[in-house]
Design a protein around this ligand. Structure first.
Ligand code: GDP
Ligand code: MG
Length: 163
């Protein structure tokens, strides 16, 4: 059984783009509009010989009547059950939002090991956001650009001690 790694984060941070980058195919729908990922998607990923199953999620994306905890339970909790690690993605350009902080608090309540990912960090644009993300208390962020394919290999250092 390959280890399972799930991608978590608020809408529009680039989860599906990262998923596609890791799988090497466009299996997940990427869109500027939050909420396009409607179900869980799984694929095979490999970074420098480290092989794992990667899972794209959209647990915080539904703009429905449910409360935030309800939305969390809906999909993410089920994904977390079988996960060996979670990639918690933030948007390094946008900086932290209250929802990022809320998700971080939620993740800390679970036992799953977390690798913090500061996405959209191509060039120098994400430096401030990556630094800001230290305040989540989830350790050192891996700054990368899922869209431009920069820094993906740096995920290895975060993942291999865990999975
Ligand atoms: P999700 O809602 O978290 O799954 O986010 P998506 O993967 O659908 O991406 C949301 C938007 O962010 C899209 O317009 C992507 O093209 C854009 N995006 C994703 N990754 C990057 C990145 O590394 N850099 C920049 N500048 N934009 C990105
Ligand atoms: Mg998505």
């Amino acid at each position: 059984e390959k280890p399972q790694v799930i991608i978590i984060g608020r809408p529009n941070v680039g989860k599906s783009t990262l998923f596609n980058r890791l799988v090497g195919k466009r299996l997940a729908l990427v869109d500027d509009q939050p909420g396009v990922t409607r179900d869980r998607r799984m694929g095979d990923a490999e970074i420098a010989g480290l092989r794992f199953t990667i899972v794209d999620t959209a647990g915080w994306e539904d703009e429905d009547e449910l409360s935030l905890p309800g939305r969390m339970r809906k999909q993410t909790e089920a994904s977390l059950e079988g996960a060996d690690a979670a990639l918690f993605v933030i948007d390094a350009r946008a900086g932290l939002t209250p929802l990022d902080t809320e998700i971080a608090r939620y993740l800390r309540e679970h036992d799953v090991p977390i690798v913090l990912v500061a996405n959209k960090a191509e060039g120098a644009a994400g430096e401030a956001g990556a630094l800001e993300s230290y305040s989540l208390g989830l350790g050192e962020p891996v700054a990368l650009s899922a869209e431009h394919g920069e820094g993906i290999a740096d995920l290895f250092g975060g993942l291999w001690p865990i999975i």
